[in-house]
Design a protein around this ligand. Structure first.
Ligand code: GRF
Length: 195
């Protein structure tokens, strides 16, 4: 069975959606490790509830990104991880992990890329008053939300929508789309060869 690592910095609702899909049997995989760069983040408690080990670390206690990524890499290799799933990991992946996991790191972003990359994509979309936004799952490269797109789904934004309502629409799509995309990537064995 394919082993995944989920990287998250915050709430971890996408982690939970993936873990639940595995429990329900709609995603044939195992989350071997959760990697969290903000000790105390809500995702840790969610992982605990699923009995999944968490590697939490303070990036500032390392001299460089290469140093903490080497530490992470060792744990990923020990756990036999094949695919890295970024789910609200608020940090660019550096050359150490990109090289070791080339074509095997994916991310979910709450906009229709290439529109609204970077922080607060939902706020950016609302400020721009777009009528259609959505969710993108893409491969990760060295840029900020720039890697090849794997799949996208749209949502409509009405002028009456509050921020919470737009967030709710985005999350509903994310929680369905991410497990489904991971499932099909693992099924068609394209991981590592698609780019
Ligand atoms: C999601 O909106 C995801 O698209 C973005 O960060 C958010 C993470 O939310 N990359 P959660 O921590 O999974 O609830």
């Amino acid at each position: 069975m394919s082993k995944l690592a989920v990287f998250a910095s915050g709430s971890g609702s996408n982690f939970e959606a993936i873990a639940s899909a595995i429990e329900k049997g709609s995603l044939d995989a195992e989350i071997a490790l959760v990697v969290c760069d903000r000790p105390g983040a809500k995702v840790e408690k969610r992982a605990e509830r699923f009995g999944i080990p968490v590697l939490s670390f303070y990036p500032k206690s390392y001299d460089s990104k290469a140093e903490f990524e080497n530490f992470i890499l060792q744990q990923l290799n020990d756990a036999g991880v094949e695919l890295i799933i970024l789910a609200g990991y608020m940090r660019l992946i550096g050359p150490t992990l990109l090289r070791a996991f080339e074509g095997r790191i994916i991310n979910i972003h709450p906009s229709l890329l290439p529109s609204f990359p970077g922080k607060d994509a939902i706020g950016q979309a609302m400020k721009a008053k777009v009528k259609i936004s959505g969710v993108t799952v893409h491969y990760v490269d060295e840029g900020m939300d720039t890697g090849p797109i794997i799949d996208q789904e749209t949502i409509r934004i009405s002028t009456k929508d509050t921020r919470e309502e737009v967030e709710g629409k985005i999350q509903a799509v994310e929680h369905r789309l991410y497990p489904a995309v991971i499932h099909s990537l693992l099924q068609d064995k394209s991981i590592g060869t698609r780019r």
